[in-house]
Ligand binder design. Sequence first.
Ligand code: CAA
Length: 384
Amino acid sequence: MNIGIDKIGFAAPDFVLDLADLALARNIDPNKYKIGLLQSEMAVAPVTQDIVSLGAQAAAAILTEEDKQTIDMVIVGTESSVDQSKAAAVSIHGLLGIQPFARSIEMKEACYGATAGLSLAKSHIAQFPDSKVLVIASDIAKYGLESGGEPTQGAGAVAMLVTANPRIMVLNNDNVCQTRDIYDFWRPNYDKYPRVDGRFSTIQYTDCLTTTFDYYQKKTGQSLEDFAAMCLHIPFSKQGLKGLQAIAKNEETLNRLTERFQEAIVYNKVVGNIYTGSIFLSLLSLLENSRALEAGDQILFYSYGSGAVCEIFSGSLVEGYQKQLDQNRLESLNQRTKISMEEYEQIFFQEINLDETGTSVDLPEDPKPFALIQVDKHKRIYRK
Ligand code: CAA
């Protein structure tokens, strides 16, 4: 049975910061971000836009009423959870009005969480071919003011509907994983921002890729030459490019896949890191910006989550996949509100003030269809 991605949607907050402004404020050559990291802008989420509202917005953009009556599992991959117990998927299930007899869970393993969600969704559809699974990757990447990771922040969510006979991409059965018990990027419960061993994390990203790809080739008999494009986890675009360069031994293959890679980072360059969603944002970028792909093409994926777990898998494009996409997405992204450094520091790092009953005071008004409108006695209330 063919199982895979039938629909894919995306949501980012309305605010955007030009990294040239960040560089100027931090007394850094703007080319370090533009050329050194291959990033130009970052999405900035206000306090009223969290992984729940962004995830709901991404999913609402693709779901029909019929989908909502058929979905029987909602999976949210995230590492910027708003609650240690209640799954964001439960809130999103409620906000979207999905039929009640569904399983809703949150999955965590750094930037790898949603890839695990995709695998679980595939197994579920194999067992129940008539059902549909909503997989959402939603994250807010925040490293803190003047931190090493500051230019690699971002916010956004990707939603995917996983079904039998999908209309975008069939997921192949060639998954290969690796687990390594390391501390390259992590967030202890008592810390507001992640702890990062920056250089070590970049080395681990690439080493996990080369060793897992080696194993993948031995196990499946496939090589890079078999693929029309590659989508990688994109903490910042240069990291993905270095990953591709580390495994592409043949010059013609490297040149061809680099052309596709440039198409696969169009959105990531202006959104920034969205952790577990970044590989799927890269897929969306590739599908909506490449004119070189065609039905039947094989796409290779490298998902990496610090800590660390990674997975290499692949998918096959379905005839007519273009009809499931939005060709005006870049235009929409270009219409976001550009903010100054002062606004960025205020908006992105604003905290929710609670009174003695745990109720929010002075929460800014947010007109978006999905937004946090109040914290009421420690309960987060969203606009439906
Ligand atoms: N013009 C052009 N390029 C310049 C430049 C200039 N003026 N100045 C510097 N550069 C280049 C450097 O040469 C370097 O490029 P190469 O790596 O190709 O040599 C690049 O800009 C970055 O420079 P540095 O390495 O000196 O940058 P840094 O030390 O300030 O920080 C970082 C880089 C460690 C990645 C930091 O951004 C960081 O900690 N980020 C967060 C962690 C991260 O994203 N890790 C990725 C792997 S882990 C993962 O993938 C999970 C996840 O999502 C977090």
